[in-house]
Design a protein around this ligand. Structure first.
Ligand code: SF4
Ligand code: SF4
Length: 293
């Protein structure tokens, strides 16, 4: 499937009409500018996306205009503040990723601006649905009645700022389970003790991180295009969650995007920039040898 991108203002309208045709409907309730980051935000602004939204709403083709987001918090804030008529937004959030991308700060900021927030990746791509034993044992101290999935959903539902939790489901059984769990989710459903257990799970999993990268980004950009913190993150999470298949899958995608550790030329440019003193080139070799095999 080739990905279509907007190159001129009329493309917004053309793609919306194609989408309506394919869906065989005359309107879409929730319409998003997809996966905004700094670069895409600049692009859609230059193409006057706001005029398209106003047109499409006036024509009754969309009801609510939103965006989904993948970049750092300051960019998120800029996007929220950059258009007065957003109706909602969609961010990645789960109890392991509170400081990742928009994170908890983003949730609170959007809500403070009156924006309903849709949560994606509540189970961190499925990782929080099958916790390794070292983490599961901690939760079992409290109750075995709640599945790993339920703990993750309960953590999110606890925030009054969360409007919707999106979760990918690949079987009818998962749909049934999620519907059943959803009926028990309420704001403030977790006690202080239960929240501390989740915090302990997070700390325990994080203690298995092998590479002490804080994802500060000071080493970036790499002249060879390597996503240095991204590779370290994938590697650490592979070890934390004992999920080599998942880690290798993400690493393959990194290779296809030419941002994988294998593209490191060992130029050494990043070495003096890392406040953690990480031996980045040799760590890149380690990441590639274990995930690229
Ligand atoms: S050593 Fe590797 S990761 Fe570091 S800047 Fe050079 S090519 Fe990039
Ligand atoms: S500078 Fe060091 S700690 Fe910061 S993102 Fe790069 S590798 Fe990680």
């Amino acid at each position: 499937m080739t990905r279509k991108t907007v190159e001129k203002p009329e493309d917004f309208d053309r793609y919306l009409d194609e989408q309506l045709n394919k869906l065989q409907t005359d309107h879409i309730d929730m319409y998003l500018m997809h996966a905004l980051n700094e670069q895409r935000w600049e692009k859609i602004k230059s193409l006057k996306f706001y005029e398209f939204f106003e047109r499409a709403k006036a024509q009754g083709k969309i009801k609510f205009a939103g965006f989904s987001f993948h970049d750092k918090y300051p960019v998120f804030k800029e996007i929220v503040d950059g258009y007065d008529s957003w109706d909602f937004c969609q961010i990645q959030l789960n109890y392991m990723d509170v400081d990742y991308q928009a994170g908890l700060r983003g949730l609170k900021y959007a809500a403070s601006k009156g924006l309903p927030v849709v949560i994606m990746e509540p189970l961190k791509g499925g990782k929080l649905a099958k916790l390794p034993d070292k983490a599961r044992k901690i939760l079992n101290r409290h109750t075995q009645r709640w599945s790993d999935v339920e703990w993750a959903f309960r953590w999110l539902a606890n925030f009054s700022e969360v409007a919707v939790i999106l979760s990918g489901m690949s079987t009818l059984e998962q749909v049934r389970q999620n519907v059943e769990i959803a009926q028990r989710l309420t704001v403030g459903n977790l006690s202080e003790g239960e929240l501390q257990l989740i915090e302990e799970v997070k700390r325990t999993l994080e203690s298995y991180a092998v590479i002490n990268c804080t994802e500060c980004g000071y080493c970036m950009p790499c002249p060879s295009g390597v996503d240095i913190p991204g590779n370290f993150r994938v590697y650490n999470e592979t070890i934390m969650f004992e999920d080599f298949e998942g880690g290798k899958g993400i690493y393959r995608w990194f290779q296809s995007q030419k941002i994988a550790a294998s593209f490191c030329t060992k130029c050494g440019e990043c070495l003096s920039k890392c406040p953690q003193g990480l031996e980045i080139p040799s760590l890149m070799e380690k990441v590639h040898s274990e995930l690229g095999a």
